[in-house]
Design a protein around this ligand. Sequence first.
Ligand code: ADP
Ligand code: MG
Length: 278
Amino acid sequence: MAKLIELRNVYKIYSEGLESEVRALDGVSLTIEKGEFVAIIGTNGSGKSTLAKHFNVLLTPTSGTFEVCGMRTDDPDNIWKIRQHVGMVFQNPDNQIVAAVVEEDVAFGPENLGVPSDEIKTRVSDALRRVNMTIYAKHGPHLLSGGQKQRVAIAGILAMQCDCIVLDEPTAMLDPVGRKEVMDTLHQLHDEGITIIIITHFMEEAVQADRVVVVDRAELKMDGAPRDVFTHVKELKAMGLDVPVAAELAERLRQKGLDLPDSIITEEELGDALCQLS
Ligand code: ADP
Ligand code: MG
């Protein structure tokens, strides 16, 4: 696999030198390969959004190096090239829509890049198809559900032909149906080869990733497959984090003396393990 993102010893300090100084990233090193599906978890204020904003150069490090596709983010010449690789989706679906019609909204990015109008049409219809929103192309975005709005935001990034999407708690304001729509879309795009980096406080979403990165008080504390991370129930709880319901329940049942494997993180696995007992 090819390297997409590489951070070496990144520090981000807000209000440096002032009394209100905050160290939001404290020596973070991390490599993300093309095609990965990474979930970033951590309690409020741990530095997740600060990290996310570095991926498409909304922020640059106070020190250390941050590279996207081999381009350093602190070189101003690289900003627009990097933003053609990495797109961002934020938490609030209503703050991201700029046009009065869905297809115009999706066209906004490529229009700003000066893409010819024929090609924009192709890109927009392709992007809407990939997020399963074709039938809403002519709709007003204000009539859409939160999950549909987030998928329009994702389509806007696809229309820019980005190969990486970073989403900062994209499902936090959605109902369970909207959350599932967005997660299903992300998995489908991942299958198509798009790199997905999602920040979430829903552990059931993080379990679906290939890799889970845990941020705690500005530092990267764990990094591994969901099964490696979520079986550390005690350590995660000590950081104030939840674990998937199945991992938690399995841990409690183990404490009660049930002989369950340490590897359980999904409800299906817990169900299977309980059936084997009886
Ligand atoms: P998270 O997304 O994990 O909740 P953030 O990255 O938003 O964490 O914040 C990390 C820390 O940096 C917090 O202490 C927060 O108050 C602080 N912070 C975030 N943005 C700014 C800013 N623009 N100016 C000063 N402090 C900030
Ligand atoms: Mg945040």
